[in-house]
Design a protein around this ligand. Sequence first.
Ligand code: PDD
Length: 287
Amino acid sequence: MTRPVHLNGRLVPPEEARVSVLDRGFLFGDGVYEVVPVYGGRPFRLEAHLERLARSLAAVGIPDPHDRAGWTALVGELLAAGPPGEDLGLYIQVTRGAAETRDHVPPADLEPTVVAMASPIPPRPPELAARGIAAVRLADLRWSRCDIKAVTLLANVLARREAAQRGAAEAILVRDGLVTEGAASNVFAVLDGTVVTPPKGPHILPGITRDVVLELARAEGLAAREAALPAGALDRAEEIWISSSTRELVPVTRLDGRPVGEGRPGPLWRRLDAAYQALKARHRAGA
Ligand code: PDD
Protein backbone atom coordinates (compact mmCIF):
# COMPACT_ATOMS: atom_id res chain seq x y z
CA MET A 1 0.00 0.00 0.00
CA THR A 2 1.39 3.40 -1.00
CA ARG A 3 1.22 5.96 1.76
CA PRO A 4 -0.64 9.14 0.85
CA VAL A 5 0.95 12.57 1.07
CA HIS A 6 -0.49 15.34 3.23
CA LEU A 7 -0.66 18.45 1.00
CA ASN A 8 -2.30 21.65 2.23
CA GLY A 9 -4.64 19.86 4.58
CA ARG A 10 -5.64 16.97 2.31
CA LEU A 11 -4.39 13.40 2.07
CA VAL A 12 -3.69 12.63 -1.60
CA PRO A 13 -1.89 9.85 -3.48
CA PRO A 14 1.77 10.87 -4.11
CA GLU A 15 1.23 11.14 -7.87
CA GLU A 16 -1.56 13.65 -7.28
CA ALA A 17 0.41 15.77 -4.80
CA ARG A 18 1.29 18.67 -7.11
CA VAL A 19 2.70 22.10 -6.30
CA SER A 20 2.87 25.18 -8.54
CA VAL A 21 6.14 26.00 -10.34
CA LEU A 22 5.66 29.46 -8.81
CA ASP A 23 5.95 28.01 -5.33
CA ARG A 24 8.76 29.90 -3.61
CA GLY A 25 10.14 26.65 -2.24
CA PHE A 26 10.76 25.57 -5.85
CA LEU A 27 12.02 28.95 -7.11
CA PHE A 28 14.07 30.19 -4.14
CA GLY A 29 14.37 27.35 -1.65
CA ASP A 30 12.22 29.66 0.47
CA GLY A 31 11.01 27.22 3.09
CA VAL A 32 11.89 25.09 6.09
CA TYR A 33 11.51 21.44 7.00
CA GLU A 34 11.73 18.74 9.64
CA VAL A 35 12.57 15.05 9.59
CA VAL A 36 11.06 13.06 12.47
CA PRO A 37 11.88 9.40 13.06
CA VAL A 38 8.89 7.15 13.73
CA TYR A 39 9.51 3.86 15.57
CA GLY A 40 6.76 1.25 15.66
CA GLY A 41 4.33 3.87 14.38
CA ARG A 42 5.15 6.33 17.19
CA PRO A 43 6.94 9.61 16.36
CA PHE A 44 10.12 9.96 18.44
CA ARG A 45 10.75 13.32 20.18
CA LEU A 46 7.90 14.91 18.19
CA GLU A 47 7.61 17.83 20.62
CA ALA A 48 11.25 18.79 20.10
CA HIS A 49 10.91 18.56 16.31
CA LEU A 50 7.74 20.68 16.32
CA GLU A 51 9.44 23.24 18.55
CA ARG A 52 12.38 23.44 16.13
CA LEU A 53 9.96 23.75 13.19
CA ALA A 54 8.21 26.66 14.91
CA ARG A 55 11.62 28.29 15.53
CA SER A 56 12.68 27.85 11.88
CA LEU A 57 9.38 29.32 10.64
CA ALA A 58 9.64 32.29 12.98
CA ALA A 59 13.28 32.89 11.97
CA VAL A 60 12.35 33.26 8.28
CA GLY A 61 9.02 35.01 8.87
CA ILE A 62 6.72 32.33 7.45
CA PRO A 63 3.47 32.25 9.45
CA ASP A 64 3.12 28.93 11.28
CA PRO A 65 0.14 27.25 9.59
CA HIS A 66 -0.66 25.13 12.69
CA ASP A 67 -0.35 25.26 16.44
CA ARG A 68 1.27 22.34 18.28
CA ALA A 69 -2.05 20.45 18.54
CA GLY A 70 -2.74 21.04 14.84
CA TRP A 71 0.65 19.66 13.81
CA THR A 72 0.24 16.67 16.11
CA ALA A 73 -3.18 15.94 14.60
CA LEU A 74 -1.80 16.27 11.06
CA VAL A 75 1.02 13.83 11.83
CA GLY A 76 -1.47 11.41 13.42
CA GLU A 77 -3.69 11.57 10.36
CA LEU A 78 -0.79 10.90 8.00
CA LEU A 79 0.49 7.94 10.04
CA ALA A 80 -3.01 6.47 10.39
CA ALA A 81 -3.36 6.51 6.59
CA GLY A 82 -0.61 3.88 6.18
CA PRO A 83 0.24 0.44 7.54
CA PRO A 84 0.51 0.51 11.36
CA GLY A 85 3.61 -0.09 13.46
CA GLU A 86 6.29 0.78 10.92
CA ASP A 87 9.64 2.53 11.33
CA LEU A 88 9.42 5.66 9.19
CA GLY A 89 11.12 8.88 8.31
CA LEU A 90 8.46 11.58 8.52
CA TYR A 91 9.21 14.61 6.34
CA ILE A 92 7.42 17.91 6.96
CA GLN A 93 8.00 20.93 4.72
CA VAL A 94 6.54 24.42 4.84
CA THR A 95 7.35 26.88 2.06
CA ARG A 96 6.30 30.50 1.89
CA GLY A 97 3.79 29.58 -0.83
CA ALA A 98 3.15 30.37 -4.50
CA ALA A 99 3.06 34.03 -5.62
CA GLU A 100 1.78 35.30 -8.98
CA THR A 101 5.20 36.17 -10.32
CA ARG A 102 8.81 35.43 -9.46
CA ASP A 103 10.02 38.22 -7.22
CA HIS A 104 12.63 37.98 -4.49
CA VAL A 105 10.46 40.15 -2.26
CA PRO A 106 7.70 37.95 -0.90
CA PRO A 107 4.14 39.31 -1.07
CA ALA A 108 2.64 39.72 2.40
CA ASP A 109 -0.47 37.60 2.05
CA LEU A 110 0.85 34.27 0.78
CA GLU A 111 -0.65 30.97 1.90
CA PRO A 112 2.21 28.66 2.96
CA THR A 113 2.48 25.32 1.16
CA VAL A 114 2.44 22.47 3.67
CA VAL A 115 3.65 19.00 2.76
CA ALA A 116 4.04 15.98 5.02
CA MET A 117 4.98 12.51 3.89
CA ALA A 118 6.43 9.36 5.40
CA SER A 119 8.61 6.62 4.02
CA PRO A 120 9.99 3.45 5.62
CA ILE A 121 13.41 3.58 7.29
CA PRO A 122 15.15 0.37 6.23
CA PRO A 123 16.71 -1.64 9.08
CA ARG A 124 20.35 -0.78 9.73
CA PRO A 125 22.67 -2.98 7.64
CA PRO A 126 24.76 -5.21 9.97
CA GLU A 127 28.01 -4.11 8.29
CA LEU A 128 27.42 -0.57 9.52
CA ALA A 129 27.75 -1.61 13.17
CA ALA A 130 30.59 -3.97 12.28
CA ARG A 131 32.65 -1.63 10.12
CA GLY A 132 31.36 1.95 10.45
CA ILE A 133 31.50 4.48 7.65
CA ALA A 134 34.06 6.63 5.88
CA ALA A 135 33.95 10.44 6.05
CA VAL A 136 35.97 13.27 4.53
CA ARG A 137 36.63 16.77 5.85
CA LEU A 138 35.42 19.53 3.53
CA ALA A 139 35.18 23.31 3.73
CA ASP A 140 31.84 24.46 5.12
CA LEU A 141 30.57 26.66 2.28
CA ARG A 142 27.12 27.31 3.79
CA TRP A 143 25.55 30.52 5.04
CA SER A 144 25.62 31.87 8.61
CA ARG A 145 22.19 30.67 9.78
CA CYS A 146 22.66 26.91 9.69
CA ASP A 147 20.57 26.74 12.90
CA ILE A 148 17.51 27.28 10.67
CA LYS A 149 16.42 23.98 9.09
CA ALA A 150 15.96 25.53 5.63
CA VAL A 151 15.17 23.52 2.50
CA THR A 152 17.90 25.53 0.76
CA LEU A 153 20.44 22.70 0.87
CA LEU A 154 22.61 23.20 -2.24
CA ALA A 155 25.89 23.49 -0.31
CA ASN A 156 24.98 20.38 1.73
CA VAL A 157 24.11 18.50 -1.46
CA LEU A 158 27.42 19.45 -3.09
CA ALA A 159 29.33 18.35 0.02
CA ARG A 160 27.56 14.97 0.08
CA ARG A 161 28.17 14.62 -3.65
CA GLU A 162 31.89 15.26 -3.26
CA ALA A 163 32.04 12.89 -0.28
CA ALA A 164 30.30 10.18 -2.32
CA GLN A 165 32.73 10.72 -5.21
CA ARG A 166 35.55 10.13 -2.72
CA GLY A 167 33.93 6.92 -1.44
CA ALA A 168 32.67 8.46 1.82
CA ALA A 169 29.20 8.36 3.38
CA GLU A 170 29.41 11.79 5.03
CA ALA A 171 31.24 15.10 4.77
CA ILE A 172 32.49 16.63 8.04
CA LEU A 173 32.36 20.38 7.48
CA VAL A 174 35.08 22.78 8.66
CA ARG A 175 34.73 26.55 9.08
CA ASP A 176 37.61 28.71 10.29
CA GLY A 177 39.53 25.61 11.37
CA LEU A 178 36.66 24.26 13.51
CA VAL A 179 34.34 21.34 12.85
CA THR A 180 30.77 22.59 12.51
CA GLU A 181 28.72 19.49 11.68
CA GLY A 182 28.18 16.87 9.00
CA ALA A 183 26.50 17.75 5.69
CA ALA A 184 23.35 16.10 7.08
CA SER A 185 24.32 15.21 10.66
CA ASN A 186 25.98 16.44 13.85
CA VAL A 187 29.50 15.36 14.74
CA PHE A 188 31.01 13.90 17.93
CA ALA A 189 34.62 13.02 18.69
CA VAL A 190 36.11 11.12 21.61
CA LEU A 191 39.29 12.90 22.77
CA ASP A 192 41.21 11.49 25.75
CA GLY A 193 38.09 9.58 26.78
CA THR A 194 35.80 12.64 26.69
CA VAL A 195 32.90 12.91 24.23
CA VAL A 196 33.13 16.32 22.52
CA THR A 197 30.61 17.92 20.18
CA PRO A 198 30.57 21.50 18.83
CA PRO A 199 28.29 23.86 20.81
CA LYS A 200 24.96 25.06 19.45
CA GLY A 201 25.10 28.34 17.55
CA PRO A 202 24.38 29.86 14.15
CA HIS A 203 26.79 27.53 12.32
CA ILE A 204 25.13 24.23 13.19
CA LEU A 205 21.68 22.72 13.27
CA PRO A 206 20.68 21.98 16.88
CA GLY A 207 20.13 18.28 16.19
CA ILE A 208 17.47 16.45 18.15
CA THR A 209 19.54 13.26 17.95
CA ARG A 210 22.55 15.23 19.21
CA ASP A 211 20.53 16.09 22.34
CA VAL A 212 19.52 12.43 22.77
CA VAL A 213 23.16 11.30 22.45
CA LEU A 214 24.32 13.86 25.05
CA GLU A 215 21.53 12.76 27.42
CA LEU A 216 22.49 9.10 26.99
CA ALA A 217 26.20 9.81 27.38
CA ARG A 218 25.57 11.60 30.68
CA ALA A 219 23.19 8.85 31.85
CA GLU A 220 25.94 6.31 31.08
CA GLY A 221 28.33 8.31 33.26
CA LEU A 222 30.56 9.33 30.33
CA ALA A 223 32.38 12.65 30.31
CA ALA A 224 30.67 14.75 27.61
CA ARG A 225 31.38 18.34 26.63
CA GLU A 226 29.94 20.84 24.17
CA ALA A 227 33.09 22.62 23.07
CA ALA A 228 34.87 23.93 19.97
CA LEU A 229 36.33 21.02 18.03
CA PRO A 230 39.41 21.94 15.95
CA ALA A 231 39.42 20.07 12.64
CA GLY A 232 42.97 18.88 13.38
CA ALA A 233 41.86 17.25 16.65
CA LEU A 234 40.01 14.66 14.58
CA ASP A 235 43.40 13.22 13.57
CA ARG A 236 44.00 12.09 17.15
CA ALA A 237 40.38 11.22 18.03
CA GLU A 238 39.87 7.78 19.55
CA GLU A 239 36.39 7.70 18.01
CA ILE A 240 34.29 9.87 15.70
CA TRP A 241 30.51 9.59 15.33
CA ILE A 242 27.79 11.32 13.37
CA SER A 243 24.15 11.59 14.45
CA SER A 244 20.85 12.27 12.72
CA SER A 245 17.20 11.36 13.00
CA THR A 246 17.33 8.91 10.11
CA ARG A 247 20.82 7.49 10.73
CA GLU A 248 20.86 7.55 14.57
CA LEU A 249 24.44 7.32 15.92
CA VAL A 250 26.94 6.10 13.33
CA PRO A 251 30.64 5.37 13.91
CA VAL A 252 33.09 7.00 11.47
CA THR A 253 36.00 4.59 11.18
CA ARG A 254 37.90 6.17 8.28
CA LEU A 255 38.58 9.88 7.89
CA ASP A 256 40.15 11.24 4.72
CA GLY A 257 41.28 7.70 3.85
CA ARG A 258 43.00 7.03 7.22
CA PRO A 259 41.69 4.86 10.08
CA VAL A 260 40.06 6.56 13.07
CA GLY A 261 41.51 5.01 16.26
CA GLU A 262 41.85 1.34 15.47
CA GLY A 263 39.69 1.67 12.36
CA ARG A 264 36.74 -0.12 13.98
CA PRO A 265 33.63 1.10 15.81
CA GLY A 266 34.90 1.96 19.29
CA PRO A 267 33.81 0.90 22.78
CA LEU A 268 32.05 4.17 23.66
CA TRP A 269 30.05 4.04 20.43
CA ARG A 270 29.01 0.46 21.30
CA ARG A 271 27.81 1.57 24.72
CA LEU A 272 25.88 4.56 23.44
CA ASP A 273 24.43 2.69 20.50
CA ALA A 274 23.17 -0.02 22.87
CA ALA A 275 21.59 2.70 25.03
CA TYR A 276 20.05 4.30 21.94
CA GLN A 277 18.60 0.99 20.73
CA ALA A 278 17.19 0.33 24.21
CA LEU A 279 15.58 3.78 24.24
CA LYS A 280 14.01 3.09 20.83
CA ALA A 281 12.70 -0.26 22.05
CA ARG A 282 11.06 1.40 25.07
CA HIS A 283 9.58 4.07 22.80
CA ARG A 284 8.21 1.40 20.43
CA ALA A 285 6.58 -0.34 23.39
CA GLY A 286 4.85 2.94 24.28
CA ALA A 287 6.98 3.85 27.31
N1 PDD B 1 19.08 16.19 8.60
N2 PDD B 1 22.82 18.87 10.74
C1 PDD B 1 22.31 18.89 9.50
C2 PDD B 1 22.88 19.83 8.51
C3 PDD B 1 21.23 18.04 9.17
O1 PDD B 1 20.71 18.08 7.94
C4 PDD B 1 20.74 17.13 10.15
C5 PDD B 1 19.60 16.18 9.87
C6 PDD B 1 21.32 17.15 11.43
C7 PDD B 1 20.83 16.23 12.52
O2 PDD B 1 19.62 16.72 13.09
P1 PDD B 1 18.56 15.72 13.74
O3 PDD B 1 19.28 14.91 14.74
O4 PDD B 1 17.57 16.61 14.36
O5 PDD B 1 18.01 14.87 12.64
C8 PDD B 1 22.34 18.03 11.70
C9 PDD B 1 17.91 15.44 8.24
C10 PDD B 1 17.82 14.07 8.80
C11 PDD B 1 17.74 15.49 6.73
O6 PDD B 1 18.01 16.54 6.19
O7 PDD B 1 17.32 14.51 6.13
